[in-house]
Ligand binder design. Structure first.
Ligand code: ASP
Ligand code: MG
Length: 402
């Protein structure tokens, strides 16, 4: 069997934890499996590097940020390979160049284009455990790129697809995917299985278990994922196409506090305005989520939408610089908002989920500012301070046992 295992930053935070990871890899190796291991940077290394960069230059060039951030994963894989050798098991560490993992050229948010497999295959054939840097790639200029925060999951899935691995295991500090964040909702339950689409919605909406692009890739290439704990040997959550279990109406409730709202006030009520606004943002790879347009009045209208807090500054700057194309009277922003969503494949054939959600929110006095829906989710934008309360109320409504 060829197994791709991925361990997150907290799983490799220090020497003992790296040895723990290495031991789990050796167990599989000694059963005769080929083992490829993707690692994140140790502990909070990436945060630390970002802070150092911000101190050097708050507006650092993205290329240089990637050059810097890519060092974190290189430390982990080298350390793990050293630990493995200390245990008498042959191992090798490889970075994005050595593999090679080719990405698009966008710094800070690149996507995989192609992964060469010869080098890894060669190392596996000589019976080595192969430790590969997560999160990074190389672009057509031979520059290092990164895949966006949490991107190591995507490296694991991309490698599993390229190598046609028999299993792709994502080890993290939680032991699976829950119906809600257990820190917020104490009676949240672990899901045995979840579909790609549900997981995709949950990942995008802030259930930080998996990087959303990793789920997209897994769906595209049919890579079955298992989310497991690096610390406890308990059953995890399987992410796959269709689940055997009876489809639940609602699988989970998520909150994303990392949302900000932008309101473009007083634009002309005529064709092409929305296109110009969102085209500008798309060209700069700024993701837009919940969108609301007001009814036109006196020839003008307002358009509001949400972006990730991290993109807020860039988005506003872009809109201001291009106001000759948009001609708005004012741009308002609000960082103190959160998106709360219910996700469930069963919603497709069941009405009333929206009403139930709104009732639950009303019951705890939470005001809804914006609403958006898809086939399998309903999202509301609310005040950030209300997020936890809202998640508990909605979870209680749909997922509580009693
Ligand atoms: N080290 C990177 C981060 O902290 C990538 C990852 O952990 O997946 O975002
Ligand atoms: Mg992660």
């Amino acid at each position: 069997m060829l197994i791709v295992k991925k361990f997150g930053g907290s799983s490799v935070a220090d020497k003992d934890r790296i040895y723990n990871v290495v031991e789990r890899c050796i167990e599989d190796y000694e059963k005769g499996n080929d083992v490829v291991v993707v690692l994140s940077a140790m502990g909070k290394t990436t945060d630390g590097l970002l802070a150092q960069a911000a101190d050097m230059n708050p507006d650092a060039p993205k290329r240089e940020l990637d050059m810097l951030l890519a060092t974190g994963e290189q430390v982990s894989v080298a350390m793990a390979a050293m630990a493995c050798s200390a245990k008498g098991v042959p191992a090798i560490s490889l970075n994005a160049f050595q593999v090679a993992m080719h990405t698009t050229s966008t710094y800070g948010n690149s996507r995989f284009k192609r992964i060469d497999t010869e080098r890894i295959r060669h190392e596996l054939d000589s019976r080595k455990i192969v430790f590969v840097t997560g999160f990074q790639g190389i672009n057509k200029y031979d520059d290092l790129t990164t895949l966006g925060r949490g991107g190591s999951d995507t490296t694991a899935v991309a490698l599993a697809a390229a190598l046609r691995a028999d299993a792709c295991e994502i080890y993290t500090d939680v032991d699976g995917v829950y119906t809600a964040d257990p820190r917020v909702v104490p009676d949240a339950k672990k899901l045995k299985e979840i579909t790609y689409d549900e997981m995709l919605e949950m990942a995008t909406l802030g259930a930080k278990v998996l990087h959303n692009r990793s789920v997209e890739l897994a769906k595209k290439y049919g890579v079955q994922l298992v989310v497991l704990s690096s610390f406890d040997k308990v059953e995890g959550t399987v992410v796959k196409e269709v689940t055997k279990l009876e489809q639940m109406l609602v699988s989970g409730v998520t909150a994303d506090k990392n949302a900000a709202r932008i309101a473009i006030m007083g634009v002309a009520d005529e064709p092409g305005i929305a296109f110009r606004v969102f085209d500008l943002l798309a060209a700069k790879n700024i993701n837009v989520d919940v969108i609301l347009q007001s009814i036109g009045r006196d020839g003008t209208k307002d358009i509001s939408f949400t972006v990730n807090t991290t993109d807020l500054k860039d988005a506003v700057r872009l809109l201001e610089e291009n106001n000759d194309k948009i001609n708005c009277q004012e741009i308002l922003t609000d960082e103190n908002v959160a998106k709360v969503s219910v996700v469930g494949a069963g919603m497709q054939s069941n009405t009333g989920v929206a009403a139930g959600m709104f009732e639950a929110l009303y019951g705890v006095g939470v005001n809804i500012r914006m609403i958006s829906t898809s086939e399998i989710r309903i999202t509301v934008l609310i005040d950030e301070a209300d997020a936890d309360k809202a998640v508990r109320a909605v979870h209680d409504k749909f997922l509580s046992e009693d």
